[in-house]
Design a protein. Structure first.
Length: 249
């Protein structure tokens, strides 16, 4: 079985209310959260999982405070490649902060779920501002429908939740399956606090859906499925990732 190492390219950070990640929890608590493009060298191919966005470009879409660590080209240089060397960009979803640099990867095949592309082209008004078709107009799209192996040992898992077409990315490593969540979440989503009241204790949540979701019930089931399939679970925006150099360590 092929095994790989995931290398985070830390592009920047954004200051967010934690409640945007955790349904009904942590509102009012501000936290810096990472913007990461993940790199995997697989079977001679250069693979990115999401491409991130710069603070300047993000400023067009939102007033969220964002700080850059490194620009996209120099971030890729740290793993020994250029944007033109990227063979695949696997998009967890198509929100602007995850797809902002993808158009720079001119030779890449861009893997997107069918439901995500459908929604991105005609989004509901409540999420419309999060999508910009101009960011993926000129890319080589590879549309998949459901759970799919992209390369030996690298698969996408459709987990409708944060968006209709969110896909987690499962990568075989020497220590088991490392799964990038796809949905925007943090560690608290998978370890919710014990409820203090009887009625809530009888229906204790095993996970917390992301704070921004399409359908609450689907989001809960997808979050629970994600928790149960990963040997190494990588919540997309958890602060612990700032200190990670590679997975497995």
């Amino acid at each position: 079985m092929e095994t790989y190492t995931l290398i985070p390219i830390h592009l920047g950070r954004m200051l967010l209310d934690m409640g945007t990640m955790t349904y009904r929890l942590n509102y009012g608590i501000k936290q810096w959260m990472p913007i990461i493009s993940w790199y995997v060298r697989a079977g001679g191919k250069n693979v990115l999982i999401d491409s991130g966005i710069s603070s300047k470009e993000m400023g067009y879409y939102t007033e969220t405070q964002v700080e850059d660590f490194i620009d996209f080209d120099n971030g890729l240089k740290k793993v020994g490649i250029t944007p033109l060397d990227v063979d695949y960009v696997i998009q967890t979803h198509l929100h602007f902060d995850h797809v902002g640099n993808t158009h720079r990867c001119k030779n890449a095949r861009v893997v997107v779920q069918k439901e995500e592309m459908k929604f991105a082209l005609a989004p509901h008004p409540m999420q419309g501002y999060l999508y910009d078709p101009n960011l993926f107009n000129d890319v080589r799209l590879e549309i998949v429908d459901g759970d799919t192996e992209i390369l030996p040992g690298i698969s996408v898992i459709h987990l409708p939740s944060h968006t209709p077409g969110v896909q987690a990315i499962s990568v075989n490593t020497s220590k088991g399956k490392a799964v990038i969540s796809g949905m925007c979440c943090i560690g608290d989503n998978f370890n919710p606090p014990q409820p203090k009241r009887g009625p809530q204790q009888r229906f204790h949540w095993k996970v917390l859906p992301p704070g921004n979701f399409i359908n609450l019930n689907d989001a809960y089931e997808s979050t629970l499925r994600l928790k149960n399939i990963a040997d190494i679970l990588i919540p997309q925006h958890d602060v612990s990732l700032f200190d990670v150099k590679q997975i497995p360590a």
